[in-house]
Design a protein around this ligand. Structure first.
Ligand SMILES: C[S@@+](CC[C@H](N)C(=O)[O-])C[C@H]1O[C@@H](n2cnc3c(N)ncnc32)[C@H](O)[C@@H]1O
Length: 227
């Protein structure tokens, strides 16, 4: 599906989120330590926007890797890395977030933005995120959630169920992909339920940080110093 929508993915992301997607990815950077050199792994990296946001807002990102299963998303991402002069710092390669092709304890930070909902096994992905982090490392998950306020939620769901699939389908030529978006967002655990999932995967100090009236949440969890 992501191979099909890749050429219009970035443009639709900006349009359908009212340019908020860039702001949310930038906010992920706020949860990263800025006092030590950081090597980052970005899962389900798509066209690489989360890595670009981290590099733009943090001077201590020494480098990193983005993995994704969609070759077309990765091709666009590699072009973007070249445009931003980041091709020597970030490598994008094909890989599965449920079976991360790296040794344990090899990264300081792991991120997954708008990806955990799309992988076929979220439990396994969280366990893999924990495995590849160095002791004391940090994981951040940026994902859609549902607003707590009933009136905001009603408005939001109207937009999500009707307007968004229509515009997304019209511009991308793939209505199913944008119906899939709202179906997965409504069924995926968020808030306390997702915090529990991160704890089950071994993360400590897990917190949920809702943004923009709760339409997205940044979850943050640490790997203990004991590993
Ligand atoms: C909504 S996009 C998010 C892309 C990017 N992180 C962003 O913030 O725009 C979801 C991505 O997850 C990728 N994906 C789905 N399942 C995956 C898996 N098991 N391993 C790696 N990537 C996966 C898709 O190919 C797609 O590029």
């Amino acid at each position: 599906m992501f191979d099909r929508i890749a050429p219009r993915y970035d443009m639709l992301n900006g349009l359908l989120s009212f340019r908020r997607a860039t702001v949310w990815r930038r906010k992920v950077a706020r949860f990263v330590r800025d006092d030590i050199p950081i090597r980052v792994l970005d899962l389900a990296t798509g066209t690489g926007d989360q890595l670009i946001a981290l590099a733009r807002h943090l001077g201590n990102i020494t480098g990193g890797i983005g993995i994704d299963r969609s070759d077309r998303m990765l091709d666009i991402g590699r072009d973007k890395m070249r445009c931003h002069g980041l091709e020597n710092r970030f490598e994008l390669r094909r890989g599965d977030a449920t079976d991360i092709p790296f040794e344990s304890e090899s990264f300081d930070v792991v991120t997954i933005s708008f990806g955990i909902r799309n992988v076929h096994d979220a439990h396994r992905t969280l366990a893999e995120m924990h495995r590849i982090l160095k002791p004391g490392g940090r994981a951040m998950v940026l994902e859609f959630s549902l607003p707590e306020s009933r009136s905001v939620r009603t408005l939001y769901l109207f937009y999500f169920r009707t307007i968004l699939p229509w515009i997304g389908g019209w511009i991308s030529g793939d209505r199913e992909a944008y119906r899939y978006l709202n179906q997965t967002v409504e069924s995926f655990p968020y808030g306390g339920q997702f915090v529990d999932r991160m704890r089950q995967a071994g993360f400590e100090g897990v917190e949920a940080n809702p943004m923009t009236l709760g339409v997205v949440t940044i979850y943050v969890g640490d790997k203990g110093r004991e590993g």
